[in-house]
Every structure is written in structure tokens, then in C-alpha cells.
Design a protein around this ligand. Structure first.
Ligand code: GCW
Length: 678
């Protein structure tokens, strides 16, 4: 049985004797030089891997005899003097966390400047074996392109997870600090194996209590457990914590008493966690307190916290997801309107964290216009790994496809080729601080992520965080091989499904640029009709503005002019409905139902046909998967099968609900080929 707990670190048994014998020579003759908690972790990981690769009877032991060693693992300082000179020029290219994996004179060398790099290099070697690559051609030198590679957990202290669909929070606050669960260790292993080096463990809708000694002691225990894996702990800071915890009368960032409170609080945190990473802050958004409450700017707020962590080497990740539903301005304009004028006004240890698109993790959005617009303020990306708006845990959708679309978008900030990935890796604006965050999709489910395939989103997130320009096809293949099977038919078919999954989902949820038409509050399923209770931006028609004549949000200069926030190249293309790609048509334009589009279809027909195509795509995914019966373990095969059945049903639900609702306005019958709603 395989419940998926081991993620991509399955270390699946070698499929035949020849393969086993090939790797046996290497795995039996490893020398690990040096001593540190990270070295112990490396040794342990090698043992776990060997245990998986070989059946128990024929398991090789690790031979630590240097005279016969075929694999050498050690930092540059630890490596033997006779190997070093030949590697020197490559070692000179290594950054703090980089590694070298090289075949040299009959030996495999894993080396790095520091311990974290050595661990990453070891995982890279194990990946070669997991994916059954030969070792004789190894010549890899890798440095992460992004410094801060974080998971953001929206985990509450009562162990619920905001927008979490895979059980409860894995942080068992009640048992901490005394009990370090094996799951924390396995979490750290998984993260280190993909290069994640930081974790913000609490919800951005923050509870100030995490900053009290009782919780700091618990957070410190997690930090201790993660340290050997190169992972730092970060905490979310509730902006009015001085009021909540110590009855200050204000949280005004320019008030000296408040500033002093944060300085003392920060020093206290560092007394528990000496390498504490810093704060992640959501302010002035969706009910969270912030500098606006005192007439101050986002920079005033961020800088106050930055000054507090500065002496300890900490940073502040200040979220740009700032909007007020009472503000009449188009919501997607608000973050840019607020932050653009503050460019250059932040301390050098602040990084502004921006969601991939200007609205809110919708199935498809254009890239956020702040990317490329802040040359004096480092920006980091926030992706959502948990699928709040993309079917939650039961839909299979390969998020790497969407992330790549965003990362490779051209901002044109410095002419053609100014991709979002170049903003993030710092090369475009020479940012001193670079980062990326992914809102975690994990919980207490036995397989961590609900859907087995959502493990792949966690995996590919880490890989893209390490290098946002990586090839997502290679990422997907590696993940499939390590997680399920190296069988080439399986890998090909499963990857085929993955490659179609994103477009399929967009088609059955929000085709042609529709957005924010999900049900209210829990955000599960369709709800283009919902009216929104207290929130002014949740009237039935705020985002799609449907009428009998037309549908869509005019964001050109005739409308909200949110388009003005993009480069001239985009203004030219997206400003004209004729040249706007259909993916974004209703995001930027109001279009009449009977308008002929580039496909030859009227708008209504195009929408209906795309919903139908989405449903057919989901059915196709299901039938492809059926062919995989017998190719992998029965347990995970049928788990995924039953989720695919849910996905097909929900795709039909989306199509039927949206077409019935919008059809009342268009008044046009469904085109041929679209099934009548049930
Ligand atoms: O996507 C929305 C979610 C909120 C979330 C918010 C945010 C943490 O619906 O649950 O709050 O975004 O990103 O702050």
C-alpha cells in the first residue's frame, strides 16, 4: 500500500538487477566528510534512500572507507586536497547555497561552500538515481537564482488552515515545544530536497498571540528542528500587536513608544530564535489593521518593523495585497496606485510581496503590473499553491503551467525580454534582496496535499523558486518518476494530462477572461450571480457586469483605466479588443454578445464552446488516467481516479451554472456541440 506520505522521496526499488548493480557500486562506496547537524541529516537521507532502492536482503551498507570511495561528499573545506585543485575554478563560481555535482576520475564528487549547499547537492545526486540517470556524465553547477524561497502557511493557532483543503495544520501547538513530530522532519526533508529555505508558519490574517513567550518557545522548537535543513522560520506580525498584547493606546508606526515596543519584541524573538528570518505582514486589507488606521503609508509601517529586525539581520516581507472594498476605484488598480508612489521609500531590508496577478489568485490573470514598475524597491512573488480558486483539493491542475505563464510574461520595463522572472531574480533592477513565496497546500492528510498530484505543485513551486526559468517539462517528468514510477508510458501519459490540465480548468471555470465568478465565502464552485452581503465589490455584476447587451469589465481608458498601469506595448495590445488575446478579453473589455471574434464565433458561442471544451478536457483527463491502471500502486491509482470523477462532475456543474446564468442575459440559444444543461 502506498498512502503517498513519502512524497517524491519514495526512493522506489530498482526495477531490475542490472539497474540495481549499476548503482550499488556507488551507493556502497560513499564517503561523507565532516561533522555537523546537516552532515548527520545527509547521512540519514542516504540511508533512507538505500533502504528504498534495494530490497532489504541485499541492502548495501555505506562504506566509509576513503581508499575505495566512489562518491565523495564534503564542503570545499572538507574535500581532499588532491581533488580540490581541479575543481577550483568551478568552486569559485559557487554562492553560499550552491553545489557542484561532478564525475571526476572515476568518482562522483558532491561539494559546496556551505552545509545547505551540500545537502542540496546530495538531494540532486539522489534525484539522478531516482530518475535512473547515469552518473558518469555528471557535470552540474547550480546556484539558486532567488535568495528567499519560502512557504507561507496560512495556519491558525487553533490548527485550522485558511484556504487549506488537506486537513488541519501540521503544527501541533499543544504538543510543542516538547514533542518534535516526525512529520516536521519529513516536512523539512521535502522542502530541502527542492531548495526551500524558509517558512512562515502562521496565517497572514495574524493572531498576535504567536508573538508571546508561550508561542515563541514553540516556534523556536520548530526552528531548531528545521535548522539542519537550511530552513529559517518567519512569523506573521499583526500590526496592532502592541495594543493587543500590551495595551498600548496606539499602533501608529511613527509613535516612538510603538517603535520601541517592536524593538523590544524583536529582541525577545531573537532570544528564542537566534536566526529568526523576520516578519511577513498583511496590513490594511480585509480587516487587518495597518498604517492606514493612523494616516500613515505602507512604507511607514514596513520601515518601523524593518528598523526593529535590522540589527539582527532580519527582513520584512510586506504584502502588496492592499485594497479596500469601500474604495470606488477598480479593485485591481489599488495595489499599484498605493505602492508605485512609494518606490524607493522602503528600508533596504524590506521586500514587497506581490501576488502573481492584480486581483486574487484567479484561474487566469495577467501578471501584476507592479512587476517591472518598482525599480528601487525589491519585489517578491506570492504564488498560491493551495487551490483556493482552482478546484480546491479535488481538481488535478498542474500549477506550474500557470506559474510559467506569469514568470515568462514580459513587463517591457527595460525593453523586450524584461520578464517577470528577471524582476524576481533581481537581474532587471539589480535588487539586493530577492524572494518568492508559495502559499502552502499541505495539512494533516496522509498524503499531505489532499490530491496526490498536488504534491507536484509543491515540488514544482520549489524548483521554480530555485530557478524561475527552469524547464517545467523536466520538472514534471522528474516529479512523476520519483513519486510514482519510472515507467516511460506512465510518465508520458501522466505528463500529457498535466500539460492539458490548466487550460482545461480555465475553460470550464473562467474562459475568455471572466474572473471572480466563484461562490461566495468558501469560493468553491460557480457563483456568477452572488450578491455579496457586506462587501461592495461583491455585487452580482461587479466583475463581469453582465447585461442583455454585453459582458466584461472595461479597463481601458474608457473604463477603469487599470490598463494604464502596464507598459505601452501592453496598452497597445490590450487596449484594443481586436488585438487582445481571447484569454484576457473580458478582463479588459466589455463585449457585445453577438460580436464576432477572431475564431469566427460570436462572443456567446465562444464562451459556451469553451465551457464545453473544458468539460470534454476533464473527461479526457479521466479516460487517459484510466489507462494507467496497473502502472502504479492501486491505492494511489484509485484515489486519483475518484478525484477525477469529482473533477468531471464539477466541470459540468461550472459549465451548466454559468451558461444557464449568463444565457438569461444573452438570450441566445446554445451553439451546436454544447450539451444542454442538466
Ligand atoms: O485569496 C484571498 C483569500 C483570503 C486570504 C487573502 C489574502 C489570507 O480568500 O482567505 O487571506 O486572499 O491573500 O490575504
Amino acid at each position: 500500500a502506498n498512502d503517498g506520505y513519502k512524497l517524491w522521496l519514495q526512493y522506489l526499488p530498482f526495477e531490475n538487477k542490472a539497474v540495481a548493480e549499476y548503482y550499488r557500486d556507488y551507493l556502497e562506496n560513499i564517503v561523507l566528510i565532516g561533522n555537523s547537524p546537516t552532515h548527520s541529516v545527509i547521512q540519514k537521507e542516504l540511508e533512507i534512500a538505500i533502504e528504498g532502492f534495494f530490497d532489504m536482503k541485499n541492502k548495501p551498507g555505506i562504506n566509509l572507507n576513503p581508499s575505495t570511495a566512489l562518491v565523495w561528499i564534503g564542503t570545499e573545506k572538507e574535500l581532499s586536497k588532491d581533488i580540490l585543485p581541479e575543481l577550483q575554478s568551478q568552486i569559485n563560481q559557487l554562492g553560499d547555497e550552491g553545489y557542484i555535482l561532478k564525475y571526476l576520475h572515476g568518482k562522483v564528487i558532491v561539494t559546496a561552500k556551505g552545509n545547505a549547499g551540500l545537502l542540496y547537492g546530495t538531494f540532486a545526486l539522489l534525484k539522478q538515481i531516482q530518475t535512473r540517470e547515469k552518473l558518469e556524465n555528471l557535470d552540474i553547477l547550480e546556484n539558486p537564482k532567488i535568495q528567499l524561497r519560502l512557504l507561507n502557511h496560512w495556519d491558525n493557532l487553533n490548527r485550522t488552515v485558511e484556504r487549506g483543503y488537506s486537513g488541519f495544520s501540521i503544527w501541533n501547538w499543544h504538543r510543542l515545544p516538547h514533542h518534535i513530530d516526525q512529520q516536521y522532519i519529513d516536512y523539512a526533508r521535502a522542502n530541502a530536497s527542492i531548495g526551500i529555505n524558509g517558512t512562515s508558519i502562521t496565517n497572514v490574517n495574524a493572531n498576535a498571540l504567536v508573538l508571546t513567550p508561550e508561542y515563541l518557545e514553540k516556534a523556536a522548537a520548530l526552528a531548531d528542528a528545521f535548522r539542519p535543513y537550511g530552513i529559517k522560520v518567519y512569523l506573521t506580525a499583526r500590526f496592532n500587536a502592541p495594543m493587543m498584547l500590551d495595551n498600548l493606546s496606539t499602533a501608529d508606526p511613527l509613535n516612538p513608544e510603538v517603535q520601541d515596543w517592536w524593538k523590544k519584541k524583536t529582541a525577545e524573538i531573537y532570544s528564542y530564535i537566534p536566526d529568526f528570518g523576520g516578519f511577513l505582514v498583511k496590513a490594511d486589507s480585509e480587516g487587518q489593521p495597518g498604517p492606514h488606521n493612523y494616516g500613515r503609508t505602507q512604507a511607514d509601517g514596513a520601515n518601523m518593523l524593518a528598523d526593529a529586525v535590522k540589527p539582527f539581520g532580519g527582513i520584512v516581507m510586506w504584502r502588496a495585497f492592499v485594497y479596500n472594498e469601500k474604495t470606488p476605484t477598480d479593485r485591481i488598480r489599488q495595489a499599484y496606485d498605493e505602492f508605485k508612489p512609494l518606490d524607493g521609500k522602503f528600508r533596504d531590508n524590506v521586500i514587497v510581496q506581490v501576488k502573481n496577478g492584480p486581483l486574487d489568485f484567479q484561474p487566469r490573470e495577467p501578471f501584476h503590473p507592479l512587476f517591472g514598475a518598482m525599480s528601487e524597491t525589491p519585489l517578491m512573488m506570492e504564488f498560491q499553491i493551495t487551490k483556493e480558486y482552482l478546484g480546491q483539493e479535488t481538481h488535478w491542475v498542474n500549477l506550474a503551467t500557470m506559474w510559467q505563464e506569469i514568470l515568462q510574461s514580459d513587463t517591457y520595463a527595460k525593453g523586450k525580454g524584461s520578464t517577470v522572472s528577471k524582476v524576481l531574480d533581481g537581474s532587471l533592477h539589480e535588487y539586493k534582496l530577492t524572494g518568492i513565496a508559495g502559499v502552502s497546500n499541505i495539512g494533516t492528510d496522509r498524503n499531505w496535499t489532499g490530491h496526490h498530484t498536488a504534491q507536484g505543485d509543491w515540488y514544482s513551486y520549489g524548483k521554480l523558486a530555485w530557478n524561475p526559468d527552469s524547464d517545467i517539462q523536466k520538472i514534471g517528468q522528474d516529479w512523476l518518476k520519483m513519486t510514482f514510477s519510472t515507467d516511460s508510458d506512465f510518465v508520458k501519459t501522466a505528463q500529457g494530462i498535466m500539460n492539458q490540465s490548466y487550460e482545461t480548468l480555465v475553460n470550464y471555470m473562467t474562459p475568455v477572461g471572466l474572473h471572480h465568478i466563484m461562490a461566495r465565502s468558501h469560493h468553491w464552485g460557480p457563483g456568477p450571480w452572488v450578491t455579496g452581503g457586506e462587501r461592495d465589490d461583491w455585487t452580482a455584476t461587479y466583475y463581469h457586469k453582465v447585461t442583455k447587451e454585453a459582458i466584461g469589465f472595461d479597463r481601458t481608458e474608457n473604463g477603469s483605466n487599470a490598463l494604464a498601469q502596464y507598459a505601452p506595448e501592453w496598452k497597445a495590445m490590450w487596449g484594443n479588443p481586436e488585438t487582445t488575446p481571447l484569454e484576457y478579453l473580458l478582463w479588459f473589455h466589455r463585449v457585445e454578445w453577438d460580436k464576432k471574434l477572431s475564431t469566427g464565433n460570436s462572443l456567446w458561442d465562444e464562451i459556451a464552446l469553451r465551457y464545453q471544451k473544458g468539460v470534454e478536457g476533464a473527461r479526457w483527463m479521466q479516460s487517459e488516467w484510466t489507462k494507467m491502471n496497473g502502472k502504479i500502486d492501486e491505492e494511489r491509482f484509485s484515489h486519483i481516479s475518484s478525484f477525477l470523477a469529482i473533477q468531471v462532475k464539477e466541470a459540468e456543474w461550472w459549465r451548466d451554472a454559468c451558461l444557464l446564468y449568463f444565457g438569461q442575459f444573452s438570450g441566445i440559444p446554445l451553439p451546436a456541440g454544447v450539451e444542454a444543461p442538466k
